[in-house]
Design a protein around this ligand. Structure first.
Ligand SMILES: C[S@@+](CC[C@H](N)C(=O)[O-])C[C@H]1O[C@@H](n2cnc3c(N)ncnc32)[C@H](O)[C@@H]1O
Length: 412
């Protein structure tokens, strides 16, 4: 997801108060639940707060009736911006199928599938390229919210892809042959917040009820204290990172288990993850990111207000790409490569797909312009183009070169 990249590139930022829409109040039952847990057990880790704010079945942001990506929502993802993203990824799906010897069935499992924008675009892309993988393809969406799956199933059926949907298979624990995909899912995994100390150690920022909060709905604030687990310092030490005194950062301990689970799902094939993130030395660069990367998203604004609108705004932190790669390798996967979204899309021929769209007499001028601005945003190194793409495989031919990693500058 991205927020006003052009303004960001110019060094401009919105000033609080200019948005005509005030922050919605927190979900009352969810805020009460969090406050109750704090009163009972003491200060809460931010990871626990974020897990409840995003995933609580009765008030979490992702379990709300309406999904919130899209122009009317809180943020826009590449697949929601234009299907050219999925049309391009379809080519990587096809190549993995070929590299595995054209298996039938071939599973495409998508974590955080949302309402199916990426699934439809990939299936459409495979169809337009005439890929043989479609015949035996089983698309298995995984979502925290069942209502997203209902919307996704309706969408694929309307697009003529209903027969490819394999809902039961998504819960099958047997290792699959195929490709596992996740676009902008890792950034939603709960993070702990930490701050560097003068002696090179860490303190943790916990969540407590805000002092003197007068409203009937509980409000929250941060409180520093000794870390809740030595795993926080161990993660940074293992990456050779020492935070500067006063530097804020986030640590996602949950990603180890998440990646290990994906590796366990993958019998033969590729795990492909796209997200905004950085290798650890960049992510924890105290000069570039002294306040960390935790952000709230509401109405396409990126806000430094993690405790506002609890359950009614997205919360995200940039992904530690080093930690993802290490977790995948510890679980037996082989890193095929780490690249950027701009390079991935270029390698997979997004430019040609766009040219073909422009050359198609059936393309309406406004659709052409929509595609053009969406593709520019997806490729822009100051916006979505810098997102990281992590490609980790198992059982692929050792000397294979994935198409997604084929980026080369045009040379005369
Ligand atoms: C930012 S949206 C991205 C949706 C979609 N992948 C896209 O690119 O448009 C994150 C989605 O992942 C889902 N999600 C978040 N955490 C998840 C998890 N741990 N497992 C499965 N789905 C998750 C949310 O419900 C939401 O639909």
């Amino acid at each position: 997801m991205t927020h006003d990249p052009f303004a960001a590139a110019l060094g401009l930022r919105r000033v609080a108060g200019l948005d005509p829409r005030p922050a919605p109040s927190s979900h009352p039952a969810l805020a009460a639940k969090i406050a109750g847990e704090i009163r009972e057990r003491g200060p809460m880790t931010f990871a626990r707060f974020m897990a409840l704010a995003l995933y609580d079945p009765k008030g979490g942001y992702y379990t709300a009736e309406q999904a919130r990506p899209g122009r009317e929502g809180d943020f826009i993802t590449a697949p929601e911006a234009h299907p050219i993203f999925g049309w391009s990824l379809a080519r990587q799906v096809h190549q993995v199928w070929e590299l595995l010897g054209c298996p039938d069935p071939f599973v495409l499992r998508e974590h955080g599938a949302g309402a199916g924008a990426l699934a439809q675009a990939i299936l459409d892309g495979l169809a337009r390229d005439g890929s043989g993988v479609l015949h035996g393809l089983r698309y298995q969406p995984v979502e925290v919210e069942p209502r997203r799956i209902e919307a996704l199933a309706a969408r694929l059926a309307a697009a003529g892809h209903g027969a490819r949907l394999d809902l039961a298979g998504a819960a099958d624990p047997a290792p699959l042959t195929g490709l596992i995909l996740g676009n902008e899912v890792l950034d939603a995994l709960p993070v702990h917040r930490v701050r560097g100390l003068a002696d090179g150690g860490l303190e943790e920022l916990f969540v407590v009820e805000a002092a003197g909060a007068a409203e009937s709905v509980p409000a929250f604030e941060a409180l520093a204290g000794p870390p809740s687990t030595p795993a926080l310092a161990a993660r940074l030490a293992g990456e050779g990172i020492t935070l500067r005194p006063g530097q804020d950062a986030e640590i996602c301990l949950a990603l180890d288990a998440w990646v290990a689970d994906r590796a366990a799902e993958l019998g033969r094939g590729l795990l492909l993850l796209v997200d905004y993130g950085h290798p650890a030395p960049e992510l924890y660069d105290g000069f570039k990111r002294p306040r960390g990367t935790l952000l709230a998203y509401r109405h396409h604004r990126a806000l430094d207000e993690p405790f506002a609108a609890v359950g009614r705004q997205d919360l995200t932190a940039h992904v530690d790409v080093t930690a993802v790669q290490r977790a995948a390798e510890a679980a037996g996967l082989v890193t095929a490569g780490i690249t950027t979204q701009a390079e991935l899309l270029t390698s997979l021929g997004a430019g040609e797909l766009f040219a073909a769209l422009g050359g198609d007499p059936a393309t309406a001028p406004e659709d052409y312009l929509t595609a053009r601005s969406a593709l520019m945003r997806m490729l822009d190194p100051a916006a979505m183009g810098k997102f990281r793409v992590m490609l980790m495989g198992r059982g692929l031919p050792p000397d294979c070169r994935l198409r997604a990693l084929d980026f080369r500058l045009p040379r005369r």
